[in-house]
Design a protein. Structure first.
Length: 301
């Protein structure tokens, strides 16, 4: 094996501002799930989700640090810049979700009935979960594309928004399967088709960017992404009108929450969540369309 003449280890992977942020991510993530596993405890789907977020983000962060420190990422068939930017944004969204959910469901002021020691562990875990979110958000801030800079697509505002759009769509899907009664009307089924189509295409855009395969496509990737974003805006506009009408108009649904609806098992609640995040995603796609007119990027960084 011939030597390239360069250093075998990349010390900048742990000494640069981004490297330090990743070391903090690794430290905070390990501390958080260790506190929870040792004494804090977790249960039900909410607790399992939080533990998954912390362990998943920790594992991928360790992988990224190891690859950059040893130059191993140059051997991978990935667009490394796109991969790290996409993961940082995804980890930011996942970690802030866990940082909100865990204290909301598991932290209490008093000691009864869990005991003061367990309560203290849960409070400490919540603090480190918040610090973990700050560490990932810092990496996104440090690696984001600067105005006029030629960079990886996922590091641009448009690329980062793609991750947020997919994440919001997952929230919508979660509410859809929670007894939202979307199959009641053809119109609401159309909305589900809109959410599904936009989610699939957005994930494909991210996947092609991360794998660095955009150059193999027989059509211009950049222009196609902009056209798709415009189509997604139109589709979400239709869903933003149709969903509230068929869920909250008195002719088709209920404008107010039924009084006998059980908490956590009420279709009206799921419909409201879907309506709110439909407007959130519509705004995200509009912002994406606006920013996509000004970016320049390359797919192989």
């Amino acid at each position: 094996m011939e030597s390239t003449g360069g250093p075998y280890l990349n010390t900048a992977a742990v000494t640069s501002p981004v490297g330090i942020a990743r070391l903090l991510q690794m430290t905070f993530g390990c501390t958080t799930f260790s506190l929870v596993a040792h004494q804090g405890g977790f249960s039900a789907a909410y607790g399992t989700f939080c533990m998954f977020v912390w362990t998943f983000c920790f594992a991928i962060t360790v992988f990224i640090i190891a690859c950059e420190f040893t130059h191993l990422h140059s051997c991978l068939s990935l667009s490394w810049g796109n991969f790290t930017a996409a993961f940082a944004m995804l980890a930011t969204l996942m970690s802030i979700t866990a940082a909100v959910i865990y204290p909301l469901y598991f932290v209490q002021v008093g000691c009864y009935p869990i005991g003061c020691e367990v309560r203290d562990f849960r409070i400490a875990a919540s603090v480190f979960a918040g610090l973990l979110f700050v560490a990932y958000a810092t990496e996104v801030f440090l690696t984001r594309a600067k105005p006029g800079q030629v960079t990886s697509y996922m590091a641009t505002i448009s690329g980062l928004l793609k991750i947020v759009q997919a994440f919001v769509a997952c929230i919508i899907f979660g509410a859809l399967v929670n007894d939202s009664q979307y199959g009641k009307y053809v119109a609401t089924q159309w909305c589900v088709a809109v959410y599904s189509f936009c989610f699939v295409v957005t994930v494909l855009v991210v996947a092609f960017s991360v794998t660095g395969k955009t150059a193999l496509l027989w059509f211009p990737f950049e222009r196609s992404v902009v056209i798709y974003t415009f189509v997604a805006v139109l589709l979400y506009m239709s869903a933003a009108v149709i969903w509230p009408v068929f869920c909250f108009d008195s002719k088709y649904g209920s404008p107010r929450r039924p009084g006998l609806c059980a908490k956590g098992k009420c279709p009206w609640d799921s419909q409201l969540v879907i309506a709110i995040f439909t407007y959130v995603n519509l705004l995200l796609y509009v912002l994406d369309l606006a920013y996509s007119q000004r970016i320049r990027f390359v797919s192989h960084l």
